[in-house]
Every structure is written in C-alpha cells, then in structure tokens.
Design a protein around this ligand. Structure first.
Ligand code: HEM
Ligand SMILES: *[C@@H]1O[C@H](CO)[C@@H](O)[C@H](O)[C@H]1NC(C)=O
Ligand SMILES: *[C@@H]1O[C@H](CO)[C@@H](O)[C@H](O)[C@H]1NC(C)=O
Ligand SMILES: *[C@@H]1O[C@H](CO)[C@@H](O)[C@H](O)[C@H]1NC(C)=O
Ligand SMILES: *[C@@H]1O[C@H](CO)[C@@H](O)[C@H](O)[C@H]1NC(C)=O
Length: 509
C-alpha cells in the first residue's frame, strides 16, 4: 500500500507533468516554414519581447532572418512574422489568411468578441466565434450590422446631433476658467460620445453621467489584457475578474435600456433601436455595441488629440486648416456676420467629407505615426503543406503577424519617417504610392477599415469646431509652453495616449 505522502507526491508529479505538457507547444514548424528566430525565445512563454518591445523584436528578427520572414512562439501558439513587399502582399491579399475567424481576436488588435468569448484574450480561436460562428465571420453578423450603421444616410441623419454634441463640449471648454486641457481626455470623451451615437444608443450619448460611467467600464475592459492574460487565458487573474465584472455592468446598462423601451413602447431613432428591430438577441446586441466601440474609439480618439497637438506647433499647417474651415463655412452659410462656429453648423455632410483635404492629410500622417504594433491573421486553409514544397510557407493554423512599422517607418519609403509631415503625400512626393500597400493606416487589401468615413467625419467636425472657437498653444500640465509634441512609443501594441501628456492652453478667439 502507498502511504499518503507517496500518493501526494505522485499526484504532484502527475500535475507538474500535465501542466508542462499543456503549456509546452505541441506544434512543430514544418521545414518549409520560415526559420525559427533565436531572438527572445523562452520555453513555455515563447518570444516575450513580443510583449515588452514589439517593434524592436520585429526589427531584430527581420534583420537576422535571411529572407526577412521568421517564425516564433507566443506561449504555445505558432506565429509567422512576415516583412517586406511580398510579405505584405500575402498578408493583405491572401484569401487563406483569416481575419475575423480566429485570426483577429481582441488582444491581438482584434475588434470583435470582446466580452462573452470564453477567453477573448486568447490567441487561439476560442473566442465568441466558437459559440456563435456567424458573429465575426467575413460577411457575418458584425460586418453586416456595422456596414448598415455606417451608411451615408445615417451620417446625414446624425449630423445635427454630432454637431450639437461637439458644440456643447466646446462651450464647456470655453466656460472652464483654467483654459487648459488634456486633449487625450477631453477630446477623447467627445469621440466616445460621437461613437456612441453612431454605433450605440442616444440614451447613453445624451446622459453625461451614464456616458462617463460607460466609458469607465469600457476602459476597464480595455485595460484588462496583458501578456499574462493572453498567454494563459484560463488563469483567473485580477484583471480577468475585473473584465468580467465590467462586462456584466455594461450588459446591465444596455439591458435596462432595451427593457425600458420594450416595456413602455418607447422607440428612438438610433443604432440600438435598429438592432432591436432586427430581433437580435441581447447577447449579440451587446457584443456588437462593445465590439464596435472598441473598433471605433481608440484610433479615432487618440488621433483627434494628436492632430491638434501637431497643429499647435505647426503654424504652416494650422493656417492652411484655418483657411479650409473659413472657406467651407462661407461657402455653405449664407450669413457671414454670424460667428464662425455658428456658420459651421450649416455645412452639410458631403462638404464635411470632401472639403477638408489638408486636414485629411494631417490625420493621415498622424495615423501613420500612431499605428504601432502588429496586425494579425491566421492561416485558415486547413490544408497541410505538401512535402517537398519549395520556398517559404505559412503552416496551416499558424498565426501571421505583420508589424506596421515595417512599412510605416521605412526610411526608404517615408523620408525622415519619425517626423509628422503631411506634405509627404502631396503631388511630386506621394510617398504613399511608392510601393504596394505603402500606406496601411486604414488597413489594406481584403480587410480595409469599415469606419474610415465616419472617423474622418468626426475628426473634421471636432477639429473645425475647436479651431473656430480657440487660439491655442502646446504646454505641459502646468501651462509651460512646449516647443515639440512628444514622440509616440513605436514599441506600443496599439495607438496610445502619450505617457507624459501634452496639454493645450486655449483662449477664445
Ligand atoms: C482614426 C481612426 C481609425 C483608424 C486609424 C482605423 C484603422 C483600422 C485598421 C488599420 C484596420 C485594419 C486592421 C487589420 O488589417 O488587421 C481597421 C479595421 C476596422 N475598423 Fe477601423 N480605424 C479607425 C476608426 C474606425 C471607426 C470609427 C470604426 C467604426 C465605428 C472602425 C471600424 C473598423 C472595423 C469594423 C474594422 C474591421 C474590418 C473588417 O471586418 O474587415 N474603425 N481599422
Ligand atoms: C516571405 O513570406 C512571403 C509570404 O509567404 C513570401 O511571399 C515571400 O517570398 C517570403 N520572402 C522571402 C524572401 O522568401
Ligand atoms: C497582468 O495582470 C495580472 C493581473 O492583474 C498581473 O498579476 C500581472 O502581473 C500582469 N502581467 C504583466 C506581464 O503585466
Ligand atoms: C420609458 O423608458 C424610458 C427609458 O429609460 C424611461 O426613461 C422613461 O421614463 C419611460 N417612460 C415612461 C412613460 O414610463
Ligand atoms: C496556408 O497553409 C497551407 C497548408 O500549410 C499552405 O499550403 C498555404 O500556402 C498557406 N497559405 C499561405 C498564404 O501561406
């Protein structure tokens, strides 16, 4: 007979072996896949530098690889890093590389399946797509609904609300006696409100307290992913618990609004009503709204603030944008005696979309700089590599990563790549046309951003209203003038608010 100690020891050994077996990658890269990189390679964890300094990791692995492509592990998940023009073509054009169906989970920059996936942070396809296959698939539920919401007639219908919201925020800034603001907070909030209008619901957009509460919950969900939660999604960490709680609260907020509407027969002309009218399930509605807020907020919110930051130290572009604003206003408002900010309310949606070409360039180069990290796909072909295949092949079921800096910060394509310079796109230079997929700020190929038009629209409205109302300069938090905007963190995983925030000191014009 075994005594208790031996039994315990046996059980412990068994547990250790099992744990090691589960954590250890079972995947073997076939001969035809790009070489395993030796940069930052650890047992069980894989390439930790992918989390700590992503852009450095990519550059080193690329420069060390004879072909520019390389393989590595994240935890037990196999990943192929592609670089160069051929790598880009494959990444953005190949039909075998899936985007929503497992390739693009929330962590890895993904946009769907935020709350109710069993393990939405996982690199594996264990996200909501498993429970609800149609949700994130190409042409599936999410794409269908968001495409409908982002149609032109909805922009036209929403425009008066959007302008009213922006105007109210500007009035609030004007009344603040301090006259200094962190655009990454104040203008980010405006973007959240406008995004709530276009993919969420009016009840929240119109209630400042509820809006703030929802934003806080949303930020909790967003902050709850880190290397640990990604590699070991089944670990019950504090952040995964916080995420679940925050997700539940968001659910309750929307659930109450839906139930109130049903109970007393109130209808509103907003995206939530549209989803309710399709008889969508509550799970889908909420997963949709939160996923769409994730897709819509971060990049738009951060870039609105960055563009004003850049303009505050660039008199040349500032004056160009100011004249764009005054000419659009005078073209569409018959009464030139009105204050400029009131004239702006006469600009129709087509003009907001087409009459600000210079402001578009300012945004374009801001996005190029504020798009760090990697985009992801997954080889969903399901086939095996035929033996004896020459050249480099991405194995079936491997993830594929492309570091956006590979092109966006490439000095052979973009002169002085770390500098914000909208004139690089003008005729004569056209750096974004030098090589295929040279500009990928809105995605490229098979999965372009579905929200680009809305993002530009809100960008133009917010910037125009701010410039119409204020003169401003770049300062630190104490109001001391700064000569230069901060540098973005190119090792970040996604667009970010700068760690040391710049402020805008403003006064009424
Ligand atoms: C400045 C603002 C924005 C930037 C820079 C941006 C950028 C991008 C990029 C680069 C992708 C492709 C990702 C990849 O290839 O892996 C993408 C996809 C997407 N974006 Fe945006 N985006 C912005 C705003 C928005 C907004 C406001 C919305 C919606 C309200 C939105 C909705 C989406 C969706 C739904 C996709 C996925 C497309 C698909 O399913 O194929 N984006 N965006
Ligand atoms: C890198 O991978 C891509 C995509 O699989 C491929 O087209 C390209 O030829 C590879 N690069 C080299 C130099 O082999
Ligand atoms: C991630 O979050 C968990 C739980 O909040 C924390 O314990 C852990 O230290 C974090 N890991 C990293 C790598 O930041
Ligand atoms: C109907 O529900 C809304 C939604 O929250 C609520 O604010 C409103 O007071 C209700 N109206 C009536 C007449 O009960
Ligand atoms: C995806 O995997 C299959 C099987 O391994 C392979 O034949 C195919 O070339 C891969 N696709 C890409 C784009 O590399």
């Amino acid at each position: 007979m075994f005594d208790t100690t031996t039994l315990l020891l046996l059980a412990f050994t068994l547990l250790l072996t099992l744990t090691y077996r589960t954590l250890q990658p079972s995947f073997k890269f076939p001969a035809a896949s790009p070489k395993l990189t030796s940069i930052s390679s650890f047992p069980i964890l894989g390439a930790t530098k992918f989390f700590t300094a992503r852009w450095q990791f990519f550059r080193h692995a690329r420069d060390q690889s004879p072909t520019g492509n390389f393989s590595f592990f994240l935890g037990k998940h196999p990943v192929v890093g592609l670089t160069g023009v051929e790598g880009r073509k494959t990444f953005f054009e190949s039909r075998e590389l899936g985007f929503g169906e497992g390739g693009q989970t929330r962590l890895i920059g993904g946009r769907y399946a935020v709350l109710f996936g069993q393990s939405p942070n996982a690199l594996s396809e264990s996200n909501v797509a498993i429970q609800d296959k149609d949700f994130a698939a190409p042409g599936g539920y999410f794409q269908k609904r968001i495409t409908k919401m982002l149609r032109t007639e909805n922009f036209g219908k929403s425009l008066p609300h959007l302008m009213k919201d922006v105007r109210a925020s500007m009035d609030k800034l004007a009344q603040d006696p301090k006259g200094i603001t962190d655009p990454f907070e104040s203008l980010y909030r405006v973007v959240f409100q406008l995004t709530m209008r276009i993919v969420g619901c009016d009840d929240i957009a119109e209630d400042p307290v509820l809006l703030e509460k929802t934003l806080k919950l949303y930020e909790t969900v967003e902050a709850s992913t880190n290397a640990t939660t990604i590699l070991f999604p089944w670990l019950p960490t504090i952040s995964s618990i916080k995420r679940t709680v925050a997700g539940g609260r968001i659910y309750m907020i929307f659930n109450k609004i839906v139930n109130d509407r049903k109970k007393n027969g109130t209808r509103r002309d907003d995206p939530l009503q549209f989803l309710m009218d399709q008889a969508d399930s509550m799970e889908r509605i909420i997963e949709f709204v939160v996923g769409a807020l994730f897709a819509g907020l971060l990049n738009s919110g951060v870039n609105v603030a960055w563009v004003l930051t850049y303009l505050s130290t660039s008199p040349y572009w500032l004056s160009k944008i100011r004249s764009e604003i005054t000419s659009a206003a005078s073209k569409h408002c018959p009464d030139s005696s009105l204050p400029l900010i009131d004239q702006l309310t006469h600009i129709p949606v087509e003009a907001w979309e087409s009459e600000f070409p210079n402001l578009d360039l300012c945004l374009k180069d801001s996005i190029r700089l504020q798009m760090p990290g990697t985009a992801f796909r997954k080889n969903i072909s399901g086939r095996d590599i035929p033996s004896g295949t020459p050249g480099e092949v991405i194995p079936a079921d491997a993830f594929v990563a492309y570091a956006l800096g590979d092109i966006s910060l490439n000095p052979e394509v973009y002169t002085d790549p770390e500098t914000w310079d909208p004139s690089r796109y003008l005729p004569g230079r056209e750096e974004d046309k030098k090589v295929p997929h040279a500009y990928i700020g809105w995605g490229s190929g098979r999965h372009p951003c579905l929200g680009m038009r809305f993002a530009k629209l809100e960008q133009n409205i917010i910037t125009a209203f701010f410039l119409a109302m204020f003169d401003f300069e770049l300062t630190d938090s104490k109001g001391v003038r700064m000569a230069e905007p901060p540098k973005p963190d190119f090792d970040a995983h996604s667009a970010e608010k700068p760690k040391v925030r710049p402020f805008l000191k403003y006064k009424l014009r």
